[in-house]
Design a protein around this ligand. Sequence first.
Ligand code: ADP
Ligand code: ADP
Length: 227
Amino acid sequence: TEHLNLADVTLAYGETEIVHNVSLTLKHGEIGCLLGPSGCGKSTLLRSIAGFEPVKAGEIKMLGRCLSSQTENVPTEKRNIGMVFQDIALFPHLSIADNIAFGIKDWAKSEQAKRVAELLELVGLPGVEKRYPHSLSGGQQQRIALARAIAPKPDLLLLDEPFSGLDANLRETLVPEIRDILKHESMSAILVTHDQMEAFAMADKVAVMMQGEIQQWGSAFNIYHEP
Ligand code: ADP
Ligand code: ADP
């Protein structure tokens, strides 16, 4: 069944159209990727899924519910979407536990602590609850940012170039790790990247974007093996 559905989505800044008639669907638990050169409209498309940009035409639906259309624009906080962006840092003055629990403050204390411990185990950093972000490496901080984003069990996770601040060696080990974590949580996700290796290592489905349009959309394997 369809989890996320974009139908003929067109996006514009003022008079300038940035994304033209983009359609794609994602099944529950699938990881999709928007792959393309800088400036092709990947972030703009992701921001519209997040609810930061209204659509000029077309429709965005999740779990059968319309999130965006010409007449509808469900606010970001009502979309049940988690986000990890390259430059969204952890809160430096909060402990790791408080960072991860940020989106689940309405849960019972014991449930929060349980979820935090479970996520730290999952991201390979058990026991760091009381530490602070500055005492962790860049890669470790990105794992915590991921834990924070998925703690409330969002319906969809958006990842905008989450690895681009990290060095190549670290990226190579972190990408498959993060994929495993998302698969373990059956998390539906969309990754934005300009890095082909990252796209194919991470995603089930890849959309190759050029100048605001999807050139190809399919399994990583099929796209890689087409001329
Ligand atoms: P990508 O994520 O693929 O690098 P973006 O979605 O960031 O691409 O940008 C697509 C195009 O939209 C670029 O030409 C960029 O300059 C333009 N753009 C992005 N944000 C804005 C904005 N807030 N106002 C006007 N133009 C924008
Ligand atoms: P990226 O390529 O990583 O998406 P950009 O440099 O394109 O980053 O954009 C960085 C920020 O500047 C974004 O918030 C984007 O919306 C904004 N932006 C990009 N291009 C323009 C533009 N032409 N006019 C206004 N804002 C822009």
